[in-house]
Design a protein around this ligand. Structure first.
Ligand SMILES: [Zn+2]
Length: 267
């Protein structure tokens, strides 16, 4: 029984985080915070000799919703370290650091510096993925269901229900998408009670079915009048910041699922 239990729990999951207050998530309040000051709440030494730092607040995005986590720097009066990855466990964000010069001590104040070039590209790609969900529906003239998505620094992908190739429709999909980019629509983010959110996203052919049942308040990201869905990621303020969307490739994932890949670029 115990062995079976351990099989399902990684070492990291056994970190004792009891008594640690929730991390204030600055990236939710303002996705454009690039640098911030924070207090070191806890320094964790993991079994594989990594150092994890918990701060009272953070602008580092810990990953989720298909968007990779940030990287960057952590600096104090007598220390400097690279933030190489992050992890969110419940309401607490753990910053894993490497190449630590000096010492990180609980109670110290540090400055966090997000690798902004990387993060801003991911914000543009993430917002473009939302925009594309509706562009595909409009170009195909049917409310396809998006069944998967993901992104990295180079590109985003969307998997959706569609039998046959979309190759011939690429010019139309791109035209619809880039028209919305040019319209420079505002990206609005707000919290909504779950039942209200459920009704709201329906208008945009989206649902909350992948959201855990215990979530009662939902963060809705809306490209004004174009598309809205539940999302915990970081986004640009308006679609004009995307610059231009370019389709890269398509493939069939089988069982009537089509995948397209696309990227953002300067026109
Ligand atoms: Zn999203």
């Amino acid at each position: 029984m115990l062995k079976q239990f351990n099989d399902y729990m990684s070492v990291k999951d056994m970190l004792d985080l009891s008594g640690i207050p929730p991390t204030r998530l600055l990236y939710y309040e303002d996705a454009y915070v690039k640098e911030f000051e924070a207090k070191v709440i806890k320094v964790l030494k993991t079994e594989n000799r990594e150092t994890g730092v918990i701060l009272d607040e953070t602008a580092f995005y810990p990953g989720g919703g298909g968007q990779p986590s940030d990287i960057g720097l952590m600096e104090g009066n007598t220390m400097q370290a690279k933030v190489v990855r992050l992890r969110r466990k419940g309401e607490i964000v753990i910053h894993y650091v490497d190449e630590v010069f000096g010492e990180i001590n609980e109670g110290n104040h540090v400055r966090g510096v997000v690798n902004w070039e990387r993060r801003y590209k991911l914000m543009r790609i993430h917002t473009s993925a939302h925009l594309m969900s509706q562009a595909i529906r409009q170009a195909l003239s049917k409310p396809v269901e998006i069944v998967g998505s993901g992104m990295d620094l180079e590109k985003a992908r969307l998997d959706f229900t569609h039998a046959g190739s979309t190759r011939e429709l690429f010019p139309q999909i791109e035209a619809v998408a880039n028209n919305v980019v040019k319209e420079n629509r505002t990206v609005k983010i707000r919290l909504m009670p779950r039942n209200e959110a459920e009704e709201y996203v329906k208008k945009f052919h989206e649902s909350l079915k992948t959201l855990p049942p215990q979530v009662s308040e939902v963060r809705i990201v809306e490209i004004e009048g174009w598309h809205a869905c539940a999302c915990g990621g970081t986004h640009v303020k308006s679609t004009g910041e995307i610059d231009e969307i370019r389709l890269l490739s398509r493939s069939s994932k089988g069982k009537g699922i089509e995948r397209i890949e696309f990227t953002v670029q300067k026109p």
